[in-house]
Design a protein around this ligand. Sequence first.
Ligand code: E4P
Length: 217
Amino acid sequence: MKFFVDTADVDAIRELADLGMADGVTTNPSLIMKSGRDILEVTREICAIVEGPVSAEVVAPDAPAMIAEGRELARIAPNIAIKVPLTWEGLKACKALSGEGHKVNVTLCFSAAQAILAAKAGASFVSPFLGRLDDINLDGLQLIADIRAIYDNYGFGTEILAASIRSVNHITEAAKIGADVVTAPPAVIKQMAAHPLTDKGLAIFMADWEKTGQKIL
Ligand code: E4P
């Protein structure tokens, strides 16, 4: 399973990349806004930190303008994946841009039907948003399972990029289902290391070690 980091925070990306835990990065207009940085500048910096795909999102409303923006974003670095929304116009842009050899990530996917269209349009990645479905009492993980089953039925090569991750549980469940990639905020990735029994066990070991009066160094 690949880990993408869902942020435009360069320091957080660098920390995870140094540990081999950033196989790619996903950004979106909200994350760019949160970074307070210029999109071209911050995306260029991110592309130099990670070797894998870095998703940068178009913001135009129609296919011709999305295609022009996508080409501009792709000029930033060879590892750019152009992110387009899962709309009819976005699918047209996906078809054109992937036909030109660009990686395209079709984002804002909320149904299996939409995911079929993304695959047919040649997407490299489809991004089902788990958390936002859960937020409205729908089952985000079931959507990942449905897309996995459909893609496997027909051998679609589009990678399932589980997005809108809110918890460690989302990551482990998406992994069990067989999502190809998970993109998660840095804090959720770091939270994966935490377990109360690890903390408790370590406290006992340290207390006992203190009683030995020994030192390793
Ligand atoms: C995915 O590429 C999106 O950037 C992201 O996962 C959206 O997550 P959110 O629902 O927490 O904003």
